[in-house]
Design a protein around this ligand. Structure first.
Ligand code: SIN
Ligand code: MN
Length: 240
């Protein structure tokens, strides 16, 4: 109960976290959350299983599945030569449509505040219908996993990144484009939340500080995985 009240101390309305970075709490309804969680069970079956990508020789604490492309630091390949030499699953069409819907939602939030800055088309550089993500990195966090502050900069196309959270809540840190340090904003990404970073926020450092065990709502529980959190980030590689 204590953690429930603590969560409520955080505002869960759509919010522009930084210019170009928009948080959409509860974007996915209960059914959509459990449907995507069921898709995760299919992705887990391969051909490329969830794996801990090595960064400078050290395995990450998250387990990643790539859809569309296989990611390693600095590169995207169709085949996972460092895992089992299998080709990755395709990037699903439904996910592209969902990405556009999230971007449309973020666009409305930005346009509503446009009196204070550029409108969304100006911020993202295009309309949501022209969003063509071609890779999703699906990360599984157990209760102890984290992700250090980093930039998503292995894509040649500057289109926004759309992120979806499922399962347990995490403490997410969204910073600036210059350093891993302050200024940054900490927020709690819960099951069903969407987050977009594009335009001036596209290369901002960000990371996951911690997972708050056993905080998932019933429809977002990852019981078959022993709890934890799934994050999906869709990106546009600009590669072919
Ligand atoms: C990432 O930065 O790739 C993942 C962020 C998250 O898990 O919310
Ligand atoms: Mn990232």
């Amino acid at each position: 109960m204590e953690s429930l009240f603590a969560d409520e101390a955080f505002d869960r309305r759509p919010e522009i976290v930084a210019p170009g970075a928009v948080w959409l709490p509860g974007f996915l309804g209960p059914e959509a959350q459990s449907w995507i969680i069921a898709r995760y069970a299919e992705w887990q079956a391969g051909p490329v299983p969830p794996h801990a990508t090595a960064i400078a020789g050290h395995p990450m604490s998250v387990q990643t599945i790539g859809l569309g492309w296989h990611w390693r630091p600095g590169r995207y390949d169709r085949r996972a030569d460092d895992v089992n030499r299998e080709f990755v699953l395709p990037f699903p069409d439904w996910m592209k449509r969902l990405g556009r819907q999230v971007l449309q939602g973020a666009t409305e939030v930005v346009d509503d505040s446009a009196g204070f800055g550029p409108d969304a088309a100006g911020v993202w550089g295009f309309d949501p219908e022209d969003y063509h993500p071609d890779v999703a990195l699906v990360n599984y966090y157990d209760a102890h996993a984290k992700m250090g502050m980093h930039q998503d900069k292995d894509e040649f196309d500057p289109a926004p990144v759309v992120s979806l959270s499922l399962g347990d809540t995490c403490l997410f840190r969204f910073g600036n484009s210059e350093t891993r340090n302050r200024p940054f904003t900490d927020l709690r990404l819960a099951s069903g939340d969407a987050f977009v970073f594009g335009g001036p926020a596209r290369f901002a450092f960000h990371g996951v500080q911690s997972i708050r065990a056993a905080t998932a709502p019933d429809h977002g529980r990852l019981d078959h995985l022993g709890g934890g959190r799934i994050n999906i980030t869709m990106r546009t590689t600009g590669r072919d």
